[in-house]
Design a protein around this ligand. Structure first.
Ligand code: ZN
Length: 268
């Protein structure tokens, strides 16, 4: 179990460490079923300059830290991209790793104040960082995105972005604009990306998505008409697929897949 905490009362021995080099996480190679990427003391060359508190992982303290760009993995360990680790780490360790990824991203990319260009410093008992010049507090960025499963009887509207693996289709999705509700975003994206009008838009659920800091908010909606017009600036393709003839789907970790699976099981 992973319990996110901003601060820990006491740090016992053998904490779990989520060490990132760039956007890659240090994991033990010699113990593939390990529930945690690294437990115990860190090798000296990776020792944390700044430990970012994650919380309690299986009752033990867990921290993240940023390794130098030229850091070399200790013997028996490798640096791995986060996404494929979903199939390898326990659900709770992957949850902690996802939080670690977002905090490390913030620490690496938000180092200076956008108002006055002075360095930012950590704040005790807070996820924010404070400007050492003007004292403005900056919080880790979370970017809300709407994702919507649009169906019409036994057909589902699916989209393909150029960066997807060959043959894979996902769902209509996009970032929320300033002063826009997430529901309105879902409706707007379906029309902008595919020319589809929606009705009966219902909330499905949400999921943090640490690539790098999205919050995916899922909806299910009925197709209410419209000509399929594909926004080629955003999409490589979009088309309707029958329930019994779906293409390669997004990985099980994604909310897109959870929504598609639920629709295929006729639970939506
Ligand atoms: Zn400042």
């Amino acid at each position: 179990m992973f319990e996110a905490k901003i601060a820990l009362d006491a740090v016992g021995d053998e904490p779990s460490w989520f060490v990132f080099r760039g956007d890659e996480l240090l994991v033990r190679e010699d113990n593939p079923s390990s529930a945690t990427p690294w437990r115990g003391a860190l090798p000296r060359e990776l020792a944390a300059r700044e430990a970012l508190t994650l919380g309690l992982l299986d009752g033990r303290p867990a921290f993240a830290c940023v390794a130098p760009d030229d850091a070399v993995a200790p013997t028996g360990a490798v640096f791995s991209p986060l996404r494929p680790l979903h199939a390898r780490l326990s659900a709770s360790a992957f949850d902690a790793a996802s939080l670690a990824s977002q905090l490390v991203y913030f620490a690496r990319h938000y180092r200076y104040c956008a108002r006055c260009a002075q360095p930012l410093a950590p704040i005790e008992n807070s996820r924010a960082r404070v400007c050492t010049g003007c004292k403005h507090e900056w919080y880790p960025r979370v970017s809300p995105c709407a994702i919507v499963l649009v169906y019409d009887g036994d057909r589902v509207l699916m989209t393909r972005q150029p960066r997807y693996p060959a043959g894979m289709y996902g769902l209509v999705a996009g970032f929320v604009e300033p002063n826009e509700s997430v529901e309105a975003c879902a409706t707007r994206e379906a029309f902008e990306e595919c020319g589809a009008r929606l009705q009966n838009v219902r909330y499905f659920g949400s999921q943090p998505w640490s690539f790098p800091h999205q919050l995916m908010v899922g909806f299910v909606a009925e197709f209410a008409g419209g000509e399929l017009v594909i926004d080629r600036g955003e999409l490589e393709d979009a088309r309707w697929f029958h329930r019994d003839a779906l293409p390669l789907l997004p990985p099980p970790v994604s909310i897109a897949r959870k929504m598609i699976d639920a629709w295929v099981r006729r639970e939506l």
